[in-house]
Write a protein that binds this ligand. Structure first.
Ligand SMILES: [Zn+2]
Length: 125
């Protein structure tokens, strides 16, 4: 890296400039503060729509709950994906897609099952 004070090129391992002794790297505590938790990249805390969609979709796999949870999961997923597209830093792309696909699928399957059950009842009565 180059020294910000005198411009001399230094090895990346150097803490101080070899020419003017200017400090090249920020203090250790500042570096640690910037490090995210290990799972910070996996769970999109900043994209609550995507995260909500993901958990709704997971639970929409449970029979009967699919209709109640799958459809909101689908819409939360769409919203989460829109938030991600506007600002990719919030992450949650995969979580939103899981919400859209899994939630949409479970919602649809349960909706069809629900309609079929109603039609069956209507035919029998
Ligand atoms: Zn220097």
């Amino acid at each position: 890296m180059f020294c910000s004070k005198c411009g001399k090129e230094n090895s990346d391992e150097n803490l101080n400039c070899s020419q003017c002794s200017n400090r090249l790297k920020p203090e250790e505590p500042q570096v640690k503060a910037q490090v995210e938790p290990a799972f910070g990249n996996l769970i999109p805390y900043k994209n609550s729509y995507g995260l909500t969609a993901y958990y709704l979709a997971i639970f929409s796999v449970i029979p009967c709950l699919g209709l109640i949870l799958g459809i909101p999961a689908f819409f939360f997923g769409l919203k989460g994906f829109a938030v991600y597209k506007q600002n990719p830093e919030v992450k949650g792309k995969v979580h939103s897609l899981v919400g859209i696909l899994l939630g949409g699928l479970c919602g649809l399957v349960n909706l069809i099952a629900f309609i079929v059950a109603i039609i069956n009842m209507a035919i029998k009565s």
